[in-house]
Ligand binder design. Structure first.
Ligand code: PMP
Length: 433
């Protein structure tokens, strides 16, 4: 017998009676699972308590209250954020300090502010506010981050999807769309360890995005680098320098960069950053200044003292990796062991970030998620990685393994695998008629 012969056939190619028997076995396995009374949650990409505890020294900081220039951080002022924190994160994000703002605790708030500013006032390179256009459309790589899509929906911005591959979005399609339709004003992109695919935008893709001709003269790339430093292996992916690439290509104001320490220190009490051309930064601050006299500089000073340097941040991320990399390895181990030879699912093996993107048999994601829920395992709702929560193939499931305890990751993934197998068998039997 050759190695080829010893491989079990994919479920879809097995004889009908074998699939029927498989279905019966999986129904029994599922009944046993339901009887086990699990309560597990793989929905949101949250740091685990052990990760948050890595930053607990923050609670005893700052030591004193003045920054290196003697500024009293307790008082008003300093809209762009503490210079020393901006320097530290400029180094990490590959920007100049003058190209970076340090703000409050949530980069998502900055994204909302930027979109509102664009709609009400237009960008530094706009002819008029975006809100005066007949229509605004955004390119959305899918699967992607649900909150990017709900934000667009909230503002009445239309979406057009492109596929997210391993090297980033389908850049030919992005370039074609952006060149052909002036209502297309921008795109979302998570360049490093994307949510949920783990994709990393290559230098070539970044160059193309930075230089492509666009029908809208004020096209924006909202470069959400939420996972810039969140490596799961010792080979750190380096994010392409989109701001320099765009400047070199003659589109200096095209990218707006976002990042935060939400998954570095505290998800609810970190520091968020916005970057771009100096003009973009000034534009953002001018609008921000209408509603703020300065950020929480005490928290920023605390972060400066906690990390000490950019290297301090990198070292801290290694400690996160030590906690979460085994959980990702466990997701892969269980999926491989339980689904590997059935041909009913594929999944990502991310080198960083917070998610695994699982594609099950077309038309079964909703069923898998419903089965898991019945069995006490909460998964992100079907379609949530697509605008309007509409996954045209009903196959994508976002798994977030960071928060649960390691043993719970194992139990949850074994349950997910059972649900995937059962839903696949049900579908194959039903399709046979
Ligand atoms: N962007 C992406 C891609 C995310 O996955 C998340 C967190 N789920 C955020 C932004 C939120 O960032 P913040 O906590 O800085 O608002």
């Amino acid at each position: 017998m050759t190695a080829q012969d010893s491989q079990p056939l994919p479920l879809a190619q097995r004889p009908a009676e074998e699939v029927d028997a498989f279905l019966t076995r999986e129904q029994e396995a599922y009944d046993a699972l339901r009887a086990a009374g699990l309560t597990l949650d793989l929905t949101r990409g949250k740091p685990a308590p052990a990760q948050l505890a890595l930053a607990d020294r923050l609670l005893d900081l700052p030591d004193g209250f003045t920054d290196r220039d003697g500024v009293d951080t307790r008082n008003y002022g300093g809209l762009a954020g503490l210079a020393e924190l901006r320097e530290m994160f400029a180094e990490l994000l590959g920007l100049e300090p003058a190209q970076l703002v340090a703000g409050g605790n949530a980069s998502l708030v900055m994204m909302r502010e930027v979109l509102v500013d664009l709609v009400l006032h237009g960008a530094v390179d706009s002819e008029r506010p975006w809100g005066r256009e007949d229509k605004i459309t955004f390119i959305c790589p899918v699967p992607g981050y649900d909150r990017h899509f709900t934000l667009l929906d909230w503002l009445g911005i239309e979406t057009v999807t492109v596929e997210m591959g391993e090297d980033g979005p389908d850049v030919e399609e992005v370039a074609r769309l952006a060149a052909s339709d002036p209502s297309i004003k921008g795109m979302w992109l998570v360049p490093t360890y994307a949510n949920p695919t783990g994709s990393v935008v290559t230098q070539e893709v970044a160059e193309r995005l930075a230089s492509m001709p666009t029908a809208a003269p004020d096209f924006k790339i909202l470069w959400d680098n939420a996972y810039a430093l969140h490596h799961l292996t010792p080979e750190d992916a380096k994010t392409a320098d989109i701001v320099s690439l765009a400047a070199a290509a003659g589109h200096p104001h095209r990218p707006i960069v976002f990042a935060s320490t939400s998954k570095i220190t505290y998800a609810g009490a970190g520091v968020a950053f916005l970057g771009g051309s100096v003009e973009t930064v000034q534009w953002y601050l001018a609008h921000l200044g209408q509603g703020s006299i300065g950020p929480d500089k005490v928290n920023q000073l605390r972060h400066v003292q906690f990390f000490g340097s950019a290297q301090g941040v990198r070292d801290h991320m290694v400690r996160h990796r030590e906690i979460i990399a085994p959980k990702f390895a466990e997701v892969d181990r269980v999926l491989e062991e339980q689904l590997g030879d059935l041909g009913v699912a594929t999944w990502t093996r991310p080198a960083g970030g917070y998610f695994v993107s699982l594609d099950v048999l077309d038309g079964t994601a909703t069923r898998v998620i419903a089965l898991a829920k019945e069995a006490g395992v909460a998964l992100t709702p079907a379609g949530s990685a697509f605008p309007g929560s509409h996954d045209p193939r009903d196959r994508n499931i976002r798994l977030a393994p960071t928060f649960p305890q390691p043993a719970d990751v194992t139990a949850a993934m074994e349950a997910v695998a059972t649900c995937v197998r059962l839903a696949a068998a049900e579908k194959l039997v039903a399709d046979r008629g």
